[in-house]
Write a protein that binds this ligand. Structure first.
Ligand code: HC1
Length: 573
């Protein structure tokens, strides 16, 4: 360890630490804006500047500590410097904060308030010209709100391995954009929304479906049903002041009912259905010499990535639609028939932790009943906004239960929202189906946890089944390259587009950089789902009574012609 002085106090920190890290050990918070640990350590914004050894200015996020160093983090000179830095950022910023989607949750706004920026047009002058880019299906990029922190391009390139956005031009003309300034919709962006999740301001945001959904709810001729993804219940509470890792399933259901949805259902139901179809497909491929490894297909960002970047592996993809889409297809067929309705009488809404789901609903072959399986896909954030707009006092709501039968899900389904969960759920069903024996314990803990790549081998009957799990597209690329080179040999792979899986999806509540840098956000949210699973009496998809009834009365067997028509899809190269 090295001992330094921070604000006159002795602080001991491991050699190699930055001043920012050492200060945190001493419970001193230095403000940051562009800094994201392990992802964006570029000292671009200079907000974290400190004084060292009696006056030299240094960016604490990258400056390493040295023995005997004396650091000051909060002098009048620094406060003035930081204030001026913020005023310079504001001079080239669209300050229409009242109408901004991030108002109240903007890191620039918060810093200006905390650091006492009282004159926001001090350096006003020319602004870098920009026009919002609305070309993508899922999001808008508005460079007039961009502060060039480069968090978005860092996550896109370094974590997702895609790099479709980055700085163009130089100096005052610098803008974040795509190659040749193409619209995002014309690039190989996969719609994962990780850039939105880390944006500190209102420069990046999802395209909203709130008005369309509200209009459908107000239309008495429509039955408006909603499904909520597994991971939404693990994060929605953060928008209402609950700590990260709080399960708000019951209050979420109550809020959706009060918003006026006619039926409140659960994507967990169709996650169980996905397992029935996918486990059947896996067993069929293993027994009949089909293409292996089988790779899961629920994450639309991953699917688009595979089509763009690994087109020679699309035959490895499961033909199963995602649970979101399976839900919609069943709602507009089986459920519509039960209710005596036509598919077009139903408006099918989903709430997802994901922005790529907005793209998925418009893909080809996602309209099994001649009408879109899902009409509108909203993010967790949009749901929170809708609840706030409607005057519902979320924290005071009682817990309520989902409607039946499409609201029934098992423990296997709820863990879909965490990396490794789909694999574990599939194994619970595939192993019992292959061996004909009941599992003593349905836990496959080797595939749990937030590491980017996980591997395990399970003895199933007389077969050693090699499985792998990857989350985040940079990790997916690494894993697939191992498969292609012959270095690894798997039977079954789960891939989720977002690091940590859907709990960390691009549509989840945004947490400030400080929280990203100091908290295991995805781990805390995943724990919610594993706790729900552990507390359930039914923890295997094939034991879901609503799913059994669906097969007995409507679909026949997994993989049946009807199941294929409604629940499976194809891919493009
Ligand atoms: Fe997901 Fe899925 S787990 S993809 O992350 O397979 O979005 O939560 O709904 O469809 O079930 C997302 C989550 C979600 C689907 C399921």
């Amino acid at each position: 360890n090295i001992t330094i002085k921070i604000n006159g106090m002795d602080v001991s920190a491991p050699a190699g630490s930055t001043i920012l890290e050492a200060a945190r050990l001493a419970h001193v918070e230095i403000p940051t804006l562009c800094f994201l640990k392990d992802m964006n350590e570029i000292a671009a914004c200079r907000i974290c500047t400190v004084e060292i050894n009696g006056g030299k200015m240094a960016a604490s996020c990258v400056y390493p500590i040295n023995p005997g160093m004396e650091v000051k983090t909060n002098t009048p000179k620094l406060r003035d410097y930081r204030k001026k830095t913020l005023q310079l950022i504001l001079s080239n910023h669209d300050r229409s904060c009242l109408s901004c989607v991030r108002s109240g949750n903007c890191e620039l706004q918060t810093l200006c308030k905390e650091l006492g920026v009282d004159v926001d047009d001090y350096y006003d002058g020319a602004k870098t010209p920009s026009t919002p880019d609305e070309s993508a299906a899922h999001m808008v990029r508005d460079n007039s709100k961009c502060i060039l922190c480069r968090r978005c391009s860092a996550v896109c390139e370094k974590v997702q391995g895609i790099g479709v956005i980055g700085p163009n031009e130089r100096g005052f003309a610098t803008v974040i954009g795509s190659a040749f300034d193409k619209g995002l919709g014309e690039t190989s962006c996969v719609s994962c929304g990780q850039c939105i999740a880390v944006c500190p301001t209102g420069a990046l945001y999802e395209k909203s479906s709130i008005d369309e959904v509200a209009a459908a709810i107000a239309d008495p001729s429509k039955l408006v049903i909603v499904q909520t993804a597994p991971a939404v219940r693990a994060a929605l509470g953060e928008e209402f002041g609950y700590s990260i890792g709080t399960n708000v399933e019951g209050q979420m259901v109550a809020a959706l009912r009060r918003l006026g949805f006619d039926k409140v259902f659960d994507t967990n139901f169709s996650a169980d259905l996905t397992i029935m179809e996918e486990a059947h497909e896996f067993i069929d491929r293993v027994q009949n010499g089909g293409v292996l490894p089988l790779i899961t297909s629920c994450s639309p960002g991953w699917i688009k990535y595979c089509e763009h970047y690994f087109p020679d592996m699309t035959e490895n993809l499961s033909s199963c639609k995602s649970p979101q889409q399976m839900f919609g297809a069943i709602a507009k067929s089986y459920y519509a028939e039960k209710m005596g309705l036509k598919p077009e009488d139903i408006v099918s809404v989903s709430v997802m932790p994901c922005t790529a789901k907005k793209f998925e609903i418009g893909r080809d072959d996602q309209d099994a009943n001649g009408s879109p399986d899902v009409d509108y896909s909203m993010t967790t954030r949009e749901l929170a906004r809708m609840i706030k707009q409607s005057g519902i006092r979320f924290t005071e709501l009682p817990d309520e239960d989902f409607d039946t039968p499409l609201g029934l899900g098992t423990g296997a389904a709820v863990i879909f929202g965490a990396t490794g969960g789909v694999m574990e759920a599939a194994l619970r069903t595939a192993v019992e189906s292959l061996t004909g024996e009941e599992l003593e314990r349905p836990d496959f803990t080797d595939v749990r946890g937030t590491e980017g790549i996980k591997e395990a081998t399970y003895r199933v009957g007389d077969l050693d089944v090699n499985v792998a799990v990857a989350s985040g597209l940079g990790n997916a690329r690494e894993l697939l390259n191992r498969v292609k080179s012959g270095e690894a040999n798997y039977h079954f792979i789960e891939i989720m587009g977002c690091p940590g899986g859907c709990v960390n999806g691009g549509g989840q509540p945004q947490q400030p950089g400080f929280v990203h840098n100091t908290t295991d956000i995805r781990g805390l949210r995943a724990k919610v789902l594993y706790d729900v699973d552990a507390a359930k009496t039914i923890r295997k998809s094939h034991e879901n009574p609503a799913i059994k009834e669906l097969y007995e009365t409507y679909l026949g067997e997994p993989g049946s012609e009807k199941a294929h028509h409604l629940l499976h899809t194809t891919y493009v190269k």
